[in-house]
Design a binder for this molecule. Structure first.
Ligand SMILES: NC(=O)c1ccc[n+]([C@@H]2O[C@H](COP(=O)([O-])OP(=O)(O)OC[C@H]3O[C@@H](n4cnc5c(N)ncnc54)[C@H](OP(=O)(O)O)[C@@H]3O)[C@@H](O)[C@H]2O)c1
Length: 295
């Protein structure tokens, strides 16, 4: 199948592109920069959807970008890079003479309210209590195409663990130096997924002929993972101690009070519909996932 991937040049997009090509699919990226096998967002808005069978959107300014201070400008970029790109793709799909069969959006488990105890499935309410939950709501709303024949799937992803990018890339050097440890109390739930499973779920959504709706993109054991278990298992995978707790105030000082909750709080999320849809996880457990990443 011919798959158009917004934000396909990033951390998740690179892994998705490799998987799709290895399965014989053709991939074109939508990017801010033109190039081979790429169209720009402006070209897409001007000329409409290129002929394709499926569309995925992964575009989004990196929320944990350590070089960006939290500001109104940064907030607007976080929102518009997700909501406007999604609207652009949704409009192009709605206007296409030959619409694609599938439309997949990857959002986040920030939709659900952080809680040390509550457990969430795809049917749980959320989306209306803080900046991140409202962001996910408007992002998912932007994907709606009333009356479209394209099957729509939204994958709400947890923290993506993989080599060469994402949250773990910021944690590896202190842990390698033996300076790692839990963030804050360490009691916060840690909703995570191995990158091979996130792109596996997106591919499963594209290739399954009748799948639609919300899928939680977290590992089945992640509801039992905490900040402390992440630190302990990462230390074990690296053969380094992981005892130096990073106090909550230091995380707030580094990231700002608005972003720090992303690391100091978390949600217990279950991939109930994802499992019911027949997806089989490659890395259901944290120790094996981390061992694979640091190997
Ligand atoms: N990584 C995670 O832990 C995680 C967790 C939950 C949800 N997600 C979501 O999954 C998606 C993919 O994540 P990722 O980690 O692969 O992201 P990423 O590598 O940080 O970025 C993905 C792509 O988004 C495009 N992009 C960045 N800033 C943009 C902007 N201001 N305007 C328009 N496009 C912009 C870039 O493509 P070009 O440079 O080619 O334009 C980039 O390659 C994102 O929407 C993210 O919010 C990720």
């Amino acid at each position: 199948m011919r798959v158009l991937v917004g934000g396909g040049t990033g951390f998740v997009g690179t892994a998705l592109t490799q998987l799709l090509r290895s399965r014989g699919h053709e991939v074109t990226h939508v990017s801010r920069r033109g190039g081979e096998q790429r169209v720009t967002w402006e070209e897409l808005a001007r000329s409409g959807l290129p002929l394709c069978d499926a569309v995925v959107n992964l575009a989004g300014e990196n929320i944990l970008n350590p070089f960006r201070r939290w500001s109104d400008t940064f907030c607007r970029e976080i929102i518009s890079s997700r909501v406007e790109t999604t609207k652009t793709l949704a409009k192009a799909i709605a206007d296409a003479k030959q619409p694609p069969h599938a439309w997949v959006l990857v959002t986040g488990v920030g939709y659900y309210r952080p809680s040390p105890t509550a457990e969430y499935t795809e049917d749980s309410p959320g989306g209306d209590f803080d900046f991140f939950s409202r962001l996910v709501s408007s992002w998912e709303a932007a994907a709606a195409i009333p009356g479209s024949p394209a099957r729509a799937v939204v994958v709400r992803s947890g923290v993506v663990l993989g080599r060469g990018g994402g949250a773990i890339s910021h944690m590896l050097w202190p842990f390698r130096l033996g300076l790692g440890g839990p963030l804050g109390s360490g009691l916060q739930p840690f909703p995570w997924i191995h990158i091979r499973d996130l792109v596996g779920i997106v591919c499963h959504a594209l290739e399954s002929e009748s799948l639609q709706g919300i899928l939680n993109g977290v590992s089945p054991s992640s509801a039992a993972s905490s900040g402390s278990s992440l630190a302990r298992e990462l230390g074990t995978a690296l053969g380094r101690p992981a005892l130096l707790r990073v106090p909550a105030w230091a995380v707030r000082a580094a990231l700002g009070a608005q972003r720090a909750p992303l690391l100091l709080e978390g949600q217990r999320v279950l991939p109930k519909r994802t499992l019911q849809s027949g997806y089989r996880f490659i890395f259901p457990d944290l120790p094996a996932a981390l061992k694979d990443i640091v190997a």
